[in-house]
Design a protein around this ligand. Structure first.
Ligand SMILES: Nc1ncnc2c1ncn2[C@@H]1O[C@H](COP(=O)(O)OP(=O)(O)O)[C@@H](O)[C@H]1O
Ligand SMILES: N[C@@H](CCOP(=O)(O)O)C(=O)O
Length: 302
């Protein structure tokens, strides 16, 4: 039995669309074992009633991908998923499922694929590296795609950085939130995001929280997605007034994330209240940045 723990991730971090993401201390678990025949999938926790238990399950599909690449496959497969990452809320549930499936399957056949190879396959499946890279490697990861190869730079989360996420009670699939984005952007907006992303990375490396306000600003995706999330801009403004150093859409949303080094209780309260005033029920959770990525907890050979 293989058991893998995979963290949630907050992708983009404002301007770093499709290339910056950070692991969080919230986990899904993927258990996998070879059986004599068939495919058995059990799901507990978040979204258990919605997640398919057949061969269309993305954890199973990730495992199949590994078996195909290495041309080795167990006769049958049992998978158990224990989910704490809310589904389709912008906290990387699909990336966690994919990364968990890839790692567990790779271990099941003797770990022929390297971490780098797993990252490249995970990115090919997910379509962008900003969730799968920190889910696999932990910390904050800046990724660049060079054809099918993903180059990464890992940054340790700055000491004292705290996060608060406001998770609306509705789902927004990443696919739907990508469909509202334009195919082309102006040179002015591209330069705006380049400069903010550079400042964001410098702020994170220096631990300079005062730079986060400008460093989290974005023109490539958040303005287009605001219409999908009632009250988004007002929640951002209220969180900043309450002391957040910066705010962003987490991944493709609808979760909003505030970054701070103090006043977290007040920031959480105003985010919840402001969402409520705009007709959105949400739960707020304080989550710490996670320096550690996906981890195999145990491997018991039967
Ligand atoms: N543990 C899981 N097992 C199987 N499928 C999952 C799991 N977690 C998420 N998914 C699939 O991924 C979808 C959500 O992915 P996505 O829209 O990218 O949102 P998120 O921001 O949560 O990654 C779910 O609707 C479900 O189909
Ligand atoms: N860069 C992607 C990130 C999607 O993250 P998720 O957690 O919502 O899956 C995007 O913004 O579309």
């Amino acid at each position: 039995m293989i058991r893998v723990q995979v963290p949630a991730t907050t992708a983009n971090m404002g301007p770093g669309f499709d290339c910056v993401g950070m692991a969080l201390k919230l986990y899904n678990f993927v258990e996998m074992e070879a059986i004599e025949q068939g495919v058995v999938i059990d799901v507990e926790g978040d979204g258990a009633d919605k997640i398919p238990r057949d061969k269309s399950n993305i954890v199973y599909l990730a495992a199949e991908r590994v078996f195909k690449i290495v041309d080795r496959k167990p006769a049958g497969l049992r998978i158990k998923l224990t989910n704490n990452i809310p589904l389709a809320r912008g906290l990387g549930s699909s990336a966690a499922a994919t990364v968990g499936g890839l790692i567990a399957a790779n271990m099941l056949v003797g770990s022929p694929l390297s971490e780098k190879e797993l990252l490249n396959v995970a990115t090919a499946i997910e379509g962008h590296p900003d969730n799968v890279a920190p889910a696999l490697l932990g910390g904050i990861v800046v990724s660049a795609k060079e054809d099918d190869d993903i180059k990464t730079v890992k940054i340790q989360p700055p000491a004292g950085m705290k996060c608060v996420v406001a998770i609306p009670d509705f789902q927004l699939s990443t696919k739907a939130a990508r469909e509202v984005l334009p195919q082309n952007v102006s040179m002015e907006d591209a330069v705006f995001n380049l400069s903010r992303t550079a400042i964001l990375v410098a702020a994170l490396m220096r631990g300079d929280f005062d730079l986060l306000s400008i460093g989290l600003d974005d023109r490539l995706h958040q303005p287009y997605r605001a219409n999908l999330i009632p009250g988004m801009k007002k929640v951002f403004a209220a969180a900043k007034l309450a002391g957040a150093k910066g705010v962003a859409l987490s991944g493709a949303g609808p979760t909003l994330i505030g970054f701070c080094d103090e006043n977290i209780g007040l920031i959480a309260k105003v985010m919840k209240d402001t969402f409520a005033a705009n007709g959105v029920r949400c739960r707020v959770v304080e989550l710490e940045p996670n320096p550690v990525g996906a981890t195999a907890l145990e491997k018991i050979s039967l």
